[in-house]
Design a protein around this ligand. Structure first.
Ligand code: CA
Length: 740
């Protein structure tokens, strides 16, 4: 195989994405090993008493007016339209250079942080790893209370992409959070006391919640995740006062195509069921389609729009051999807020086969796209599949679309917005290299939109993937059983120089996209492919964090860099802004775990450490950000080389099927979870067996894999990881000797 193709395939295989989150950081001795020390129980610990219940009057009228009251940040995307564009304009392109640190707050975690803070009546509500909620004085960063839902650590292994949380919702003095173990919890905004706590999932299945709830007309809307592990997706609406369920809309049919007694029944009878065959893994696996991120409310058309995730398993040949479109996978669906009644859908990736979720940011806007430049109300999305879509918000009709990154799986969209797939994109036994890969051309990182400039700002990425069908799907069920081969393209031996070459193939950029012309206006290239969420402001700025620890402001019209600050941790979440006592604050949460953080250790040279913090800036701020503690890991193999070639091959395959989604492709960890190459446990066969097979670290989240690995398999994984340690050091020595 030629070098460049080989490297590309390897790159793709390395990113064989999907990282879960499982283990607590047993080797870091970090705060994740146990519930937060800030909290004393499953109720809040109050360190200061706020004067009143903040947000007591946040209701439909106040959220509707959010655009004209930009001093608050009242919902995940800022307003119901979720443009992440603030009307605040005190910080401008002219004075942004004077932005300095106002305060910082320690979230006490080294796991991923994806939270956008809610700010109301001078109080900030922010979430951290393991679904912990922190209430802070938004002016000073002083802690008001902390609520820890005490998620059992062994539930963490169900999280595909780290034990993250993207934030809370507020409504009439209540703060709502979804938890990794599938609960929706209502807290008193003033004290953090639990008002109600409702289980939203079947705990016998690997559901998780990472997304932020939204509240519309007194109903709290929440979905879940788990489509890599075999679940059936849905979104539910709960009464904000009582926690009782109002309605549920499933996104894949009931396995026998009979009604569920749910809001989605009529949608499946009329349009959904016929797009699925009568047999295939979906009838036992659930089909997927989890609603794990975007939910917006279109007040003009009185519709809730939500984004639906990938199929389960990914490989449609296995999921549904009949080969249908499989509604409502990879779709945007519109329903009525009171009843969940289906109104329309638009499917971005019919018959999803590649983890091309349509859960990415949905933004509502009025664009001058109608006849004679009349405003047309549209929904915009840049999902994983690489295309930017503009669709009619009232009807779901396709308006326009174009690819915003290079892509290899289609020759474009037809007049209805349906992708024209290239031959071979639906992979078989032979490995294909495809862009985008499952990490997507755009992932969860929030996109923003400036309605004055009519520009969308996309955290875009180029991360290809080697796909092949998985010959072991049926005879070797594992937690991650996607029907796509997770060790495809990972070679037995890694020659010197390859890791560096692979890293060079990954690209990430902030892309300013004109949705009317469907073309790029400007873009800024980043060091790392995985790049952060975006905030747009009326000061003519866009703000974005990076994995390398920089937080940057760009001129919204030109992309010119106007300000940058080292926040001393990788940052990926959506920044926010608010105003108190006439001063505008810009805030961001740091910490970059998530899918990329767990699986893509090879991008480590481009990344700062991950440290959970809230960092808040204002003009003239003179604060400092604490220096991170240096964590030195001795890079020394814990054992001598051992194992026959056959044993090492068994270990390589078993590692990539069971371990890489948390500990990194090719056993290269980013450090968020232990790097097994340098782990003392790897040096001791007995200790290794007790962890992998007996589950002695289950309370930290490293559950037993006895159901999936024999003792011999586990020992083979140890041999493979040991080999990778020796190989890494040998390659580094060879690269140093050759001057590369
Ligand atoms: Ca997925």
């Amino acid at each position: 195989m030629r070098g460049s193709l080989r490297n590309s395939l390897l790159a793709a295989a390395l990113l064989s994405l999907a990282a879960c989150g499982g283990q607590g950081s047993e080797e870091r001795g970090g705060a994740d090993a146990a519930p937060s020390e800030n909290a004393t129980g499953a109720s809040a610990s109050s360190t200061q008493t706020p004067a009143a219940s903040p947000g007591a009057d946040v209701n439909a009228a106040r959220i509707s007016a959010a655009r004209s009251t930009p001093e608050d940040w009242l919902s995940y995307g800022g307003t119901y339209d979720e443009q992440r564009h603030s009307g605040l304009s005190a910080v401008t392109t002219e004075n942004v250079a004077d932005l300095g640190v106002a305060w910082t707050y320690e979230l006490s975690t080294a796991r991923g942080v994806e939270s956008t803070p809610i700010v109301v009546d001078g109080v900030m509500y922010v979430t951290s790893a393991w679904s912990v909620v922190h209430a802070l004085d938004a002016k000073t960063g002083e802690e008001l209370w902390v609520y820890d839902p005490e998620v059992p650590r062994e539930r963490g292994v169900n999280a595909c992409c780290d034990v993250v949380n993207r934030g809370v919702a507020i409504w009439e003095g209540k703060v709502f959070v979804g938890t990794i173990d599938g609960r929706l919890v209502a807290l008193d905004s003033g004290s953090g006391a639990v008002l109600w706590d409702t289980l939203t999932v079947d705990l016998s299945k690997p559901y998780t919640i990472t997304g932020a709830p939204r509240v519309v007309k007194g109903r709290v809307l929440i979905g879940n995740g788990g489509a890599e592990l075999g679940v059936r997706g849905y979104i539910s609406a709960y009464n904000a006062d009582t926690g009782d369920m109002d309605w549920r809309f499933y996104t894949a049919p009931n396995p026998n195509k009979q009604p569920d007694g749910a809001a989605s029944d009529s949608a499946f009878e009329t349009v959904g069921n016929v797009t699925w065959g009568d047999e295939g893994a979906w009838t036992t696996d659930g089909g997927g389609g989890t609603v794990w991120d975007s939910i917006v409310y279109d007040e003009v058309n009185d519709l809730i729009l939500f984004g639906v995730g990938n199929g389960s398993p990914w490989n449609r040949d296995i999921r549904d051999p009949a080969g249908g479109d499989n509604l409502f996978l990879s779709s945007i669906v519109a329903v009525r807020p009171e009843s969940g009644e289906y109104v329309w859908h638009f499917q971005t990736t019919p018959g999803d086969n590649w983890d091309y979720t349509a859960t990415q940011t949905i933004i509502l806007a009025d664009l001058p796209m109608g006849e004679n430049g009349a405003l047309r109300r549209v929904a915009m999305q840049a999902p994983k599949n690489g295309f930017f879509y503009v669709i009619d918000a009232a009807s779901g009709e396709f308006v326009s679309g174009n690819n915003f990154v290079p892509q290899t799986w289609t020759t474009g969209l037809d007049e209805n917005g349906r992708p024209r797939e290239v031959e071979g994109a639906r992979y078989g036994a032979d490995i294909i290299l495809q862009s985008p890969g499952p990490l997507g051309a755009h992932n969860w990182h929030p996109m923003a939109f400036n309605p004055d400039l009519n520009l969308a700002y996309i955290p875009a990425q180029e991360i290809p993937q080697a796909f092949a069908s998985d010959p072991r799907f049926l005879d070797d069920p594992v937690r991650w059983n996607t029907g796509a081969d997770f060790d495809a393209g990972t070679p037995p031996d890694i020659p010197p120089g390859v890791i560096k070459a692979v890293r060079g193939t990954l690209k990430g950029r902030l892309l300013a996209w004109d949705p009317i012309k469907q073309e790029a206006r400007w873009s800024v290239e980043h060091r790392s492919a995985w790049n952060g969420g975006v905030l747009s402001t009326a000061g003519g700025l866009v703000f974005q964090g990076q994995l390398d620890g920089t937080f940057t402001a760009y001129d919204a019209a030109t992309g010119e860099q106007k300000w940058q600050h080292d926040v001393k941790s990788g940052a990926a979440s959506g920044p926010g802004t608010y105003e108190i006592d006439g001063e505008q604050y810009i805030t961001i949460t740091t910490g970059w775990g998530s899918a990329y953080g767990l699986v893509v250790g090879l991008d480590l040279d481009n990344a700062a450490p991950t440290l959970g913090k809230v960092v808040t800036f204002k003009l003239g701020g003179t604060g400092t950000i604490p220096e991170p503690d240096a964590v030195a890991i001795e890079r020394k193999p814990a054992a001598e080389l051992f194992g026959t070639p056959a044993m090492l091959e068994t270990g390589r395959i078993a590692y990539h099927r069971n371990c890489q989604v948390c500990h990194g492709s090719l056993a290269i960890s980013s450090g968020i979870l232990p790097d097994l190459r340098w782990s003392a446990i790897t040096g001791n066969a007995e200790a290794w067996n007790s962890v992998l097979i007996e589950g002695t670290l289950a309370s930290n989240g490293m559950v037993s894999f006895a159901e999936y690995l024999s003792a011999e398999d586990a020992e083979a994984v140890r041999a493979y990881v040991t080999k990778r340690a020796h190989e890494t050091l040998a390659n580094e020595a060879a690269e140093a000797a050759s001057g590369n």
